[in-house]
Write a protein that binds this ligand. Structure first.
Ligand code: HEC
Length: 184
């Protein structure tokens, strides 16, 4: 009796979803699945550029390749990108909806919530939009940290005169992946 009640509880939410096309949950999963390969290619590209041409070359690589890599990891349905409250490239500036989500992520992170839990999906004006937090790891500090080598800082300054994306520490919230697609 007890067991049957438990089973019924476990099965009900699934049954309620069946038949509804493109639930928010399914859209969240779809969006989230595009992020790891995007993230890996960004990191691999930066690492390779550092290895072959040093940090200055890596900044060039980020500048030239980041938009291309983002375009490639959209799957024709989803658009994929990155944004932040403190941006390096003005092309990555958040729109009003993104800014609101970034601010809520920042508040949740400040309240102690793990960055891995900071995700948010929502229908907005005929599109489904999804964001997921990006944390600062060790490899990011060279270009976004508190003590950027002068040689590298001068390359960043030349390329991004209004750069705000520095001064971060390990584990800080750096920004978010931002994805969107059309929905009926
Ligand atoms: C070699 C230097 C370098 C390293 C290392 C690096 N970045 Fe960046 N990052 C850049 C540059 C340059 C841009 C601007 C790219 C562009 O023009 O689109 C950027 C842009 C970004 C953006 C987009 C928002 C913005 O500010 O324009 C995010 C988010 C970001 N980086 C996060 C990270 C994270 C997280 C790491 C570590 C995993 C990292 N970066 C490592 C140089 C670097």
């Amino acid at each position: 009796m007890m067991l049957r009640a438990l089973l019924a509880l476990a099965v009900l939410p699934l049954a309620a979803q069946a038949g509804t096309p493109a639930t928010d949950q399914a859209l969240n999963q779809e969006a989230a699945s595009l992020i790891p390969p995007f993230q890996q290619e960004l990191l691999a590209t930066v690492k390779e550029a550092v290895a072959t041409g040093g940090p200055a070359k890596a900044v060039e690589a980020c500048h030239l390749l980041a938009p291309e890599i983002a375009a490639k990891h959209g799957d024709g349905v989803w658009q994929v990108g990155r944004t932040s409250l403190k941006i390096r490239n003005p092309n990555n500036a958040p729109d009003a909806w993104e800014r609101q989500v970034l601010e809520s992520f920042a508040a949740r992170a400040a309240a102690g919530e793990p960055l891995a839990d900071l995700k948010h999906g929502e229908r907005v004006d005929g599109r489904y939009r999804y964001m997921q937090a990006i944390g600062v790891g060790e490899p990011c500090l060279a270009c976004h940290g508190q003590s950027i080598k002068p040689e590298l800082a001068s390359v960043i300054d030349a390329r991004y005169p209004d750069d705000q994306a520095r001064g971060y520490q390990m584990g800080d919230l750096r920004g978010a992946f931002t994805l969107s697609r059309e929905v009926e």
